[in-house]
Design a protein around this ligand. Sequence first.
Ligand SMILES: Nc1ncnc2c1ncn2[C@@H]1O[C@H](COP(=O)(O)OP(=O)(O)O)[C@@H](O)[C@H]1O
Ligand SMILES: [Mg+2]
Length: 379
Amino acid sequence: MQTVGILGGGQLARMLVLAGAPLGMRFLVVDQVDDACAGQVAPLIRADWRDFDALEKFARQIDVATFDFENVPAETAQWLAERTQVFPNPRALSTAQDRLAEKTLFRECGLDTPAFAKVDTREDLDAALRAVGAPAILKTRRLGYDGKGQFRLRSMADADAAWEALGANANGLILEAFVPFECEVSVVAVRGRDGEFRTWPLTRNWHSNGILSASLAPADIDPKLQAHAFELARVLAEKLDYVGVFALELFVHQGKLLGNEMAPRVHNSGHWTIEGAIASQFENHVRAVLGLPLGDTAALGRSCMLNWIGELPDARAILNESDGHWHDYGKSPRAGRKVGHATVRARDDASLAAALQRVGAALGRGQQIAPVIDALTKR
Ligand SMILES: Nc1ncnc2c1ncn2[C@@H]1O[C@H](COP(=O)(O)OP(=O)(O)O)[C@@H](O)[C@H]1O
Ligand SMILES: [Mg+2]
């Protein structure tokens, strides 16, 4: 019996535990808060990321460590890697923690990105705006998630407001050109310890206020573009000597791919794989970090994942569907917080669109679901 240690105890850790249990794996989770929701399904140690006494105890009890949370300090990941096996490796983690390093790496791998510039001072912001143009988005280089730590600038005139909002950030900023993309897609991929590389079918994503709202898989994307996205993900993974699951978020703009960011962990846009693929991202991440053979990433029909943000809607709208799947993360409601998701699966586009119509009507959430139905009926 092997024990997987997970740094971070949110819903991603919770779903890793649920996927790893049938494989006979034990888990030990460490988080900074007592009520981390993975603690409902696995033993939880409460510790700060720099509490090395607690982390020493954690390291002694596990065979391998991985992450639910990518912003674990790089020093902590390195410290841990000197005591136990850590996947993904600390270098991959630290690259993905910094939007500037990440986008620089994308370009080295042949993946184009939105125009961007480093911003450390108010003068830098003016220079960056001249170089990148407006509209643009000012982002913190580190610690941003779910659209947090971002300021959208419509024109040069918004520079003062943007600096007011984010200028005090000690970890540096990045200005990016705003991309009027056709759509957003993500590659969810897994690389084993032996270098075997697999991707799930491309996922199409819709965001609302910077937070993922809905995903559709397989995405309705030109097969050539899809193959190119998979190839870029493979190059990236090899360059980082990556082990485990990661997601590569892409914009499709003027028929071409632009790299937005990568997540060095299982990803919200891969939640549909729990029911919608032969092996889920969670199962394959556990398999990968333990050096086990990887499972098949092929899709089973069509899936739409709907995120529940802030509070859960009525579960019955999903449970009434013959192929509807409910996920309650066991978290208390809070504005902007991911508290659960649902996956609706069907054998073809028309049946998925029909099921989503019913769900949207039952929940009064037509707005969240409409773009997905629109995409399904257009392809
Ligand atoms: N340069 C950009 N152009 C257009 N939209 C963007 C850009 N950057 C971010 N967004 C939108 O905001 C969302 C969240 O931004 P992202 O950089 O992925 O940060 P987070 O770490 O919060 O996910 C993206 O999925 C996209 O919808
Ligand atoms: Mg993102």
